[in-house]
Ligand binder design. Structure first.
Ligand SMILES: [Zn+2]
Ligand SMILES: [Zn+2]
Ligand SMILES: [Zn+2]
Length: 142
């Protein structure tokens, strides 16, 4: 796994450091959206002197690089995703499971919004929340 993340950091043109690797691995090992503090606690087990501000800085870098998704909120939540194509994330509100959704209405949206604001739409974010298949089935049988 280290090898893959090293390659990823090189692709983002940032230095391969144990802190950056620890942050990526902390996220990848969980597979759910985590707060910076949760990531920091996990990364700290591996890199003793990694401070919370450092973790924030690394996370921002990874968000800008397009390999980490962020959900705005208090706290903000982060999720590492290796899917390089444009997509969105469905998050189960019950168990936290994250699923990639390769579906986007951006083409339609872009045209509509640009028309209405008489300008150009540059970015968008969509939050998809609900119950995953397992939680839906468990809820139905309860
Ligand atoms: Zn679920
Ligand atoms: Zn994804
Ligand atoms: Zn989209």
């Amino acid at each position: 796994m280290d090898e893959g993340f090293k390659g990823l950091l090189k692709r983002l043109k940032v230095k391969v450091t144990s802190r950056r690797l620890a942050v990526l691995e902390a996220m990848a090992s969980e597979g759910v959206f985590l707060s910076a503090e949760q990531i920091w606690k996990k990364a700290r087990e591996r890199v003793k002197n990694a401070g919370l501000p450092t973790v924030y800085r690394i996370l921002e870098e990874l968000v800008e690089g397009g390999v980490v998704a962020r959900i705005q909120g208090n706290p903000q939540l982060y999720y590492y995703c290796s899917n390089g194509r444009h997509h969105h994330h469905f998050v189960c509100v019950s168990c936290g499971k994250v699923e990639d959704v390769d579906l986007c209405l951006i083409d339609v949206l872009e045209r509509e919004v640009s028309e209405r604001i008489k300008g150009t739409l540059l970015s968008h974010s969509i939050e998809l929340g609900g119950l995953c298949r397992r939680c839906t089935e468990q809820g139905a049988s309860r």
